[in-house]
Design a protein around this ligand. Structure first.
Ligand code: ADP
Ligand code: MG
Length: 346
């Protein structure tokens, strides 16, 4: 997913004429700053509107900090790495991580384990993004599935206990958490009037508004033509977050089958249910990200109740080139490819 901004030059021209009479001090004019950065193993695109200084570098650093402090598997000093290393014992985690874990485990429960942050070892076994992506032996999967199950984790305030051998993987919510942290930071910056932040094309935060009042628009990737034209675009309001999970992000092909990175925690296999991608919009980055993964695993029918519970909207794209929209997104989705057909999600 990439950001596209509608050209509002004409409209701005009209509005600006009306605003001429208002004296505007040069140093209070809203400036636009754009930047491309790298964090969480992905490209970060930032567009900031502010009357103050350019904060894009600081924001990139904040996202890298979340990774090293909380989420990283490889950095042994991260809180998740420490938790995993201490499986079988009780570990105290920070207030922030406690808050994230509470939401993550609630979502695991609400999705009946379709979203399950304890599938870490199975993800490593497939090594889909690593040196040796391969279909594992069933016996290996069966053994590791014994260490999967969100119910086996105990959360008691900031005290977390994983059963011996279990590992947590917050990969399905990491970018969403990154978006939330940036939104919270922006709320403390009185000079900032708006920002759109895009983490790796799959998690987007819209904050505040653009100076000309035009919409934040986010493009939706065609899951079977990821380098080509966009499938469509969604309008976001400031305070909304969008996240996409798809079978095209990370995968390998073998014998004509697409082995991708979204796994069914019950079988340990990639999910093949006819969906190519799910995009979710709601008022939390963590939840948009977690819900898009959960809905991809559940399939559209079972996802509807979950979306309602979280007051979230979604776009489901299936292998037959149907685009299903929930009620609250119909008026703000624009189809850009006539090879797809838009329908109501039910
Ligand atoms: P992306 O990280 O590409 O934006 P997702 O948000 O859908 O995509 O997250 C996919 C990642 O989440 C996987 O790489 C893996 O680490 C983890 N994951 C895969 N399947 C599940 C699942 N059923 N529940 C929780 N996490 C999952
Ligand atoms: Mg996700």
């Amino acid at each position: 997913m990439k950001i596209r901004q509608k050209s509002m030059a004409l409209l701005c021209g009209v509005l600006c004429t009306g605003m001429m009479a208002v004296p505007v001090l040069a140093d209070t004019e809203v400036q636009k700053y754009t930047n491309t950065d790298f964090a969480m193993d992905t490209v970060v695109s930032e567009t900031l509107y502010t009357t103050g200084k350019d904060l894009n570098t600081t924001i990139g650093e904040k996202i890298r900090e979340i990774e090293t402090e909380f989420l990283s598997w490889t950095d042994e000093n991260s809180q998740i790495a420490k938790l995993n290393a201490a499986s079988g014992e009780t570990t105290e985690v920070s207030e922030e991580l406690t808050g994230y874990l509470e939401q993550i485990f609630q979502l695991a429960q609400d999705s009946d384990g379709a979203f399950d942050p304890t599938i870490g070892k199975i993800i490593r076994l497939w090594d889909i993004t690593g040196e040796d992506p391969h279909v594992p032996e069933q016996s290996e999967l069966d053994e590791l599935l014994n260490d999967v199950g969100y119910q086996k984790v105990s959360l008691d305030g900031n005290k977390v206990t994983l059963e011996k051998g279990m590992t947590l993987d917050l990969g399905a919510t990491g970018k969403g958490i990154g978006c939330d942290v940036v939104a919270d930071f922006l709320k403390t910056q009185k000079d900032v009037s708006g920002m759109i932040l895009n983490l790796g094309g799959s998690s987007v935060m819209a904050y505040g508004e653009k100076p000309d009042g035009s919409d934040w628009k986010v493009a939706v990737t065609d899951p079977r033509d990821t380098e080509g034209d966009y499938l469509g675009a969604i309008t976001l309001e400031g305070g909304e977050f969008l996240s996409t999970s798809g079978d095209y992000e990370k995968y390998f092909m073998e014998d004509g089958k697409r082995y991708h990175h979204i796994l069914d925690p019950k079988t340990g296999y990639p999910v093949w249910n006819g969906l190519d991608s799910v995009t979710v919009v709601c008022d939390s980055g963590l939840l948009a990200d977690g819900l898009s993964t959960a809905c991809f695993v559940l399939g559209m029918d079972d996802a509807m109740e979950l979306l309602e519970k979280y007051n979230a909207e979604a776009v489901f794209v299936d292998e037959d080139k149907n685009v299903y929209l929930t009620d609250g997104i119909k008026d703000r989705f624009e189809l850009m490819k006539n090879t797809y057909t838009v329908k109501d999600a039910k």
